[in-house]
Design a protein around this ligand. Structure first.
Ligand code: ASP
Ligand code: MG
Length: 414
């Protein structure tokens, strides 16, 4: 007998009919003789609706009260799902994040899990109950209710799976698995049977919305086998694990893209030695995530610094930099919007040089100018005009042979 953690996302519990369908998935697993812990999101677009209400109450809602409000969404789902399970004759109990022992940092809106005290969950499992836990929420040492950031229910599920030493964590969602690219926009995108943790981490961070990046990080650090699968269709999903077979001849596993990228440029940075670090320390302290960074020296010897950020961080970044202008020492800032980032990801890059060159050439051959570039061991990202983003994704999907299914071959991705 094993222990399985199942997570159902918002769409998968979007109405009563879907909650009953999710209950069937839970019961199936229980009937196989497994212990089952279920983590759920708020129903459908409930969280968005609550955020809307908060902004009707206040132009700048208190972060504490926002957490108080948003955590109610998941509590609706845990109780309804548990009622359905009880009605079906199964022993079940719902638990809020704090009842389940999810301890977090003392930050509102985007707290990290620091520890899980799983005693109560384990006691309920020993008493042969299905345990239904509210995702996305926890409690700080100060006994404040916190949330884990939008999409954070995935992280609750993986963290619980790690703490309980579960055999598997199944993420039930509204797609069949992880695709080579977003099938809504890239017509030849295919479902992958497996993806390595590191590849998934890059894809999740690059805007492939199927999993919360912190959930993937947690799964990798604790070796939790993760499966992304559909709650509606009975199909094999995508397995996310450490070592993954590469398909023959494939170097790239997926193409990700993200719109609303901004290029900020700090002009005339005075101190060549400390300028860079003080700018990025200041941005980091204000929780502004910077992605691609380019420093250049002008003909007159002054320094310009360009970096990319997400659209949602623009106002904050401008404000923080302007407020600290004297101390940071620069003459002006500029920004360019209407940009997007297109990336290729694959463990095969480690042992195959020339992948970036092939990417740039493919984009150049299709008249897609590249504005900024960044690379890691298993990723190359290019910033392009937003209007050319989807074209770029299609071009790269074809260029790296992702359009057609290949014969799988069992070799390590490392
Ligand atoms: N309900 C939260 C959200 O919509 C958390 C989640 O669904 O994972 O972001
Ligand atoms: Mg999600």
């Amino acid at each position: 007998m094993g222990l399985i953690v199942q997570k159902f996302g918002g769409t998968s519990v979007g109405d009563m009919e879907r909650i009953k369908n999710a209950a069937l998935r839970v019961i199936e697993e229980k009937n196989r003789g497994n212990d089952v812990v279920v983590v759920v999101s708020a129903m459908g677009k409930t969280t968005d609706g609550l955020v809307d209400l908060a902004y009707q109450a206040s132009a700048k809602p208190s972060k504490r009260e926002m957490d108080m409000l948003l955590t109610t969404g998941e509590q609706i789902t845990i109780s309804l799902l548990t009622m359905v399970l009880l009605e079906s004759g199964y022993n079940a109990v719902s638990m809020t994040g704090w009842q389940a022992g999810i301890e977090t940092e003392d930050i509102h809106g985007n707290a990290r899990i620091t520890n899980i005290n799983s005693d109560r969950v384990q006691q309920n499992l020993r008493d042969n109950r299905i345990v239904v836990v509210a995702g996305f929420q926890g409690m700080a040492e100060s006994r404040e209710i916190t949330t884990l950031g939008r999409g954070g229910s995935d992280t609750t599920a993986v963290a619980l799976a790690a703490a309980l030493n579960a055999d598997r964590c199944d993420i039930y969602t509204d797609v069949n698995g992880v695709y080579t690219s977003d099938p809504r926009y890239v017509k030849n995108a295919r479902k992958l049977s497996s993806v390595a943790y590191d590849e998934m981490l890059e894809l999740a961070n690059l805007g492939a919305g199927v999993l919360h990046p912190r959930a993937v990080e947690f799964a990798k650090n604790h070796g939790v086998p993760l499966v992304v699968r559909s709650s509606m269709e009975k199909q094999e999903g995508t397995m996310i694990e450490e070592e993954v077979s590469m398909e023959t001849g494939l170097i790239v596993r997926g193409v990700a893209f993200e719109e609303e990228i901004i290029r900020m440029t700090v002009i005339g940075l005075e101190n060549e030695i400390t300028g860079l670090s003080s700018i990025f320390t200041t941005l980091a302290k204000n929780h502004i995530n910077v992605d691609i960074i380019i420093q250049s020296k002008t003909e007159t010897g002054s320094i310009n610094l360009s970096f990319s950020i997400k659209r949602e961080s623009l106002e904050d970044a401008v404000e923080v930099l302007q407020n600290n202008r004297g101390q940071l020492g620069f003459s002006s800032i500029e920004h360019e919007s209407g940009l997007a980032k297109v990336s290729i990801v694959g463990s095969g890059m480690i042992s195959n040089p020339g992948v970036a060159a092939q990417m740039f050439e493919a984009l150049a051959n299709n008249q897609i100018p590249i504005k900024m570039v960044s690379t890691s061991e298993i990723k190359v990202s290019a910033v392009v005009d937003e209007a050319k983003m989807l074209k770029a994704a299609e071009v790269l999907h074809t260029e790296f042979n992702l359009d057609k299914a290949q014969e799988p071959q069992k070799v390590s991705a490392k």
